[in-house]
Design a protein around this ligand. Structure first.
Ligand code: SF4
Length: 465
């Protein structure tokens, strides 16, 4: 069997292969994916929440969406509300408090929250008082873990914080932090309408380390307008000097027909597939030479980071926030557009603030769409998540867990994989379906062949490169 990841850097596919398979696919942070959700009867959501209460000894994961941003970044595809009025956040916290109280009523404080993630928007749009109020509310309505192994993380826009904000966040219980940087080049930053100084990022990371945050992450994008091999080399060199524990390097998905703000970038154009591939290769080479290990799609970590050891021991998990070491457990999403996930269901809060507020004014949850998983979805999820976290599927283990034939259950997918096998991207025998190192670059496309909801001609998602 191929030793996953060791040969990653020597196996870049050629442009013909990329052109052949560079279709638009989900990132599979969940299966089924969020786009298949549809409106459901209200009792279905309540049943899903009640099932959460039935597992008192399992940990619970919470996601809180803070939708506000003081300015818009043109590349952004997130659900956000651009405003400079901080009072909007006070009103929003009032409604989050209502939602938390309703959840407490239903699921009680029986399960310990060992994963908490604040995302956005910009969570640090909230000022110190608002952040403190938010954590106080959470502690009132949920049983928050005090264990050191808990993962309480926050996405930070470096333009919105200073050393004292970081100290406050640590004091409030956060132990993981992720800074959204995207690029250090001033021209690229200006074009994105997101400017910050390298020195500020260096200082913030140093401060976060001093305060005891672990697994510090920096987010970057490749494929942005104005990025060149030379500018990206400078960005990578600065990044390597800072040496965060984790780096998330995402492909910029230019989908102006879906995200209005990206239309501001149309006049600049985006790098073509060949340049994007070169930037990606440049990142892989530079980061691996500097001690980083690629642990799966988009993510690099230092060898002493727990994600690396999870990868080696095949314990890596994938969830809406990317990769994690914690076993996927039920996730409750709070706030506008937040997604919840239980064993059998995905469901999402209303996407507009008005709809979210209106539902809570009538003392009802604002869940407006969801998706119930059937047995086939559960089996497919297990295959797709194995591919996303290990680049392989243990066929024998699958068959003994589910009591069905892998070949028969996934006959359509296996037939669709024929060209991938011929092109040396996938190998299959009785025991394993295994991606080759060249195939790692196509993990999303290969996973998509198992996805019974996915259409290979879809343009709904970003392309892999
Ligand atoms: S990238 Fe982040 S800070 Fe910028 S507009 Fe999007 S959500 Fe807001």
């Amino acid at each position: 069997m191929i030793n996953a990841l060791d040969t990653f850097t020597d196996s870049l596919p050629n442009t013909d292969l990329i052109a052949k398979y560079n279709q638009s696919c989900p990132r599979y942070t969940s299966y089924p994916t969020a786009n298949v959700m549809k409106p459901l009867e209200p009792w279905v959501y309540s049943a899903a929440l009640l099932s959460v209460k039935e597992k008192p000894f399992e940990p619970l994961s919470l996601y809180l969406h803070i939708p506000f941003c003081a300015d818009i970044c043109y590349f952004c595809g997130c659900n956000k509300v651009v405003t400079k009025n901080r009072k909007e956040a006070d009103k929003y916290l009032d409604y989050l408090a209502k939602e938390m109280a309703m959840l407490e009523n239903l699921i009680k404080k029986r399960r310990t929250v060992n994963q908490l993630h604040l995302g956005g928007g910009t969570p640090t749009f909230l000022n110190d008082g608002q952040l403190t109020r938010l954590m106080t509310l959470l502690a009132q309505h949920f049983k928050l873990s005090k264990d050191e192994t808990r993962e309480f993380s926050i996405e930070v826009d470096p333009r919105t914080v200073n050393a004292s904000t970081l100290a406050l966040l640590k004091g409030l219980g956060f132990n993981r932090i992720s800074f959204g940087v995207q690029d250090f080049d001033s021209k690229v930053q200006k074009a994105m309408n997101r400017e910050h100084r390298l020195e500020d990022i260096e200082q913030l990371v140093a401060q976060a380390r001093l305060l005891g945050f672990t697994s510090i992450n920096l987010d970057f994008l490749y494929g942005l307008p104005l990025q060149s091999v030379a500018s990206f080399a400078r960005t990578l060199s600065a990044l390597i000097k800072i040496k965060p524990d984790r780096i998330a390097l995402y492909h910029y998905a230019h989908l102006p027909e879906r995200f209005k703000s990206q239309r501001a970038l149309d006049r600049l154009g985006v790098p073509d597939s060949q340049l994007k591939l070169t930037l990606y290769q440049q990142a892989i080479d530079n980061l691996t030479e500097s001690g980083y290990r690629m642990i799966g799609m988009d993510h690099f970590v230092l060898e002493d980071d727990e994600l690396y050891s999870a990868l080696q021991h095949k314990k890596l998990q994938r969830n809406f926030q990317g990769y994690s070491v914690k076993k996927a457990c039920d996730l409750i999403g709070l706030g506008v557009s937040a997604i919840s996930q239980t064993d059998s269901m995905l469901f999402q809060n209303a996407k507009s603030l008005d709809d979210y507020y209106q539902a809570l004014d009538s003392s009802t949850f604002s869940y407006d769409k969801g998706c119930l998983s059937n047995e086939t979805d559960t089996q497919t999820r297990s295959v797709i998540m194995q591919l996303m976290t290990t680049f392989q599927v243990n066929i024998q283990a699958f068959e003994s867990t589910y009591g069905v034939s892998f070949k028969q259950t996934f006959a359509r997918a296996l037939s669709a994989l024929t060209p991938y096998i011929k092109d040396g991207l996938v190998e299959i025998n009785k025991t394993w379906l295994q991606l080759t190192p060249k195939g790692y670059y196509f993990v999303r496309q290969i996973a998509a062949q198992f996805d019974s909801y996915h259409n290979n001609n879809s343009t709904e998602f970003s392309k892999a490169i």
